[in-house]
Ligand binder design. Structure first.
Ligand SMILES: Nc1nc2c(ncn2[C@@H]2O[C@H](COP(=O)(O)OP(=O)(O)OP(=O)(O)O)[C@@H](O)[C@H]2O)c(=O)[nH]1
Ligand SMILES: [Mg+2]
Length: 306
């Protein structure tokens, strides 16, 4: 089983991210080619279905949805001769069609985690175990909180979060110094990317839209132009000397965006919906980003099995 832990501060967009990932999975698994088939484990089905229905009808996660969803277990299966985003995986596996089980967990909000974690000390049980044992660590960086280049990094809006992420990585390094998985894949999700302050993009000297999926080098440069100012300690740690056992893979970046409609006097903030090819409705979100991320996960999950 390939373990993916999703971490971020309170309200950074964790639940929305997982819901949209599921929406992307559903939309790709019901396409004409059916390159990707998936099966959601029974124990995760209720919560993800409720969240999915909520997003598809234009609502952001509410408190009831948030309470329930702490994990999602998905069995991925690739078509034998896939031609879609998953085709590479299909060929790698020479038609066995298996990517295996991917277990997503949402251990909680990092700003509300145990003090032991903040100090980087080792701690044993509890839901944060999932983060310590993860194959991939997905870190939400709330786009609305990004500071513009030139801001004092020590007092910027993400400075404290940067420290918490760094502490989490140090805790993981310690936890695995004597065993456990030897590779950790860091993934930065720049969430709410529709709402990044224009000034932030301007000062960083980047376009309003991130480079398309597939333009790997440009995307790394784009993301780093924004994150260098906001998460410098975490980025430095990931690039620094290796720990005794644990190795960090090069980070991946996901630009997550769902268009929202502002709240009015008597209505809550809503998700803007758009027409699908099939004639239905879905959230207006960065579907390409999510599909590319699923492909990335499927690939590293299949490599982890080798
Ligand atoms: N504009 C915009 N707003 C977003 C997006 N994603 C999340 N939000 C906003 O952020 C709020 C919090 O999102 P959640 O997904 O519930 O965040 P969370 O990290 O799960 O929050 P907690 O579980 O309460 O800590 C939502 O209610 C939206 O208002 C996005 O892509 N675009
Ligand atoms: Mg949540």
């Amino acid at each position: 089983m390939f373990r993916v832990a999703v971490v971020g501060d309170h309200g950074s967009g964790k639940t929305t991210f997982l819901g949209l990932l599921y929406a992307a999975l559903v939309s790709s698994g019901s396409g004409k080619g059916d390159d990707l088939r998936f099966h959601v484990a029974y124990d995760s089905l209720d919560e993800i279905t409720v969240l999915f229905q909520r997003l598809m009808s234009g609502g952001f996660p509410d408190s009831a949805t948030k309470e329930g969803l702490h994990e999602l277990r998905v069995e991925l299966e690739m078509a034998r001769s896939g031609h879609g985003v998953f085709s590479r995986l299909g060929s790698r596996n020479r038609g066995t069609g298996q990517a295996g089980t991917i277990h997503f967990s949402l251990p909680g909000s990092l700003d509300e985690a145990s003090p032991g974690l903040h100090q980087g000390s080792t701690f044993g049980t509890g839901k944060w175990r999932d983060a310590l044992d993860a194959d991939a660590l997905v870190m939400l960086a709330d786009g609305t909180r990004l500071a513009a280049k030139g801001t004092d990094v020590k007092t910027g809006p993400m400075a404290a979060y940067d420290g918490r992420l760094e502490a989490l990585f140090i805790a993981i390094q310690r936890w695995r110094s004597s065993g456990g998985r030897e590779v950790l894949h860091p993934v930065f999700v720049l969430s709410k990317f529709d709402s990044v302050r224009p000034e932030v993009l301007k000062v960083a000297n980047v376009e309003a839209k991130p480079p398309a999926v597939g333009k790997a080098g440009l995307r790394v440069a784009y993301a780093k132009a924004l994150l260098d100012t906001n998460l410098p300690r975490t980025l430095a740690l990931l690039q620094g000397p290796r720990g005794k056992k644990l190795r960090f893979a090069p980070p991946a970046f996901v630009f997550s965006r769902v268009t929202s409609e502002a709240e009015g006097p008597d209505r809550a903030e809503r998700i803007k919906l758009r027409r699908t090819d099939g004639g239905g409705w879905e959230p207006d979100y960065s579907r390409d980003e999510y599909l590319a991320f699923l492909e990335h996960l499927a690939r590293i999950a299949s490599e982890a099995k080798d």
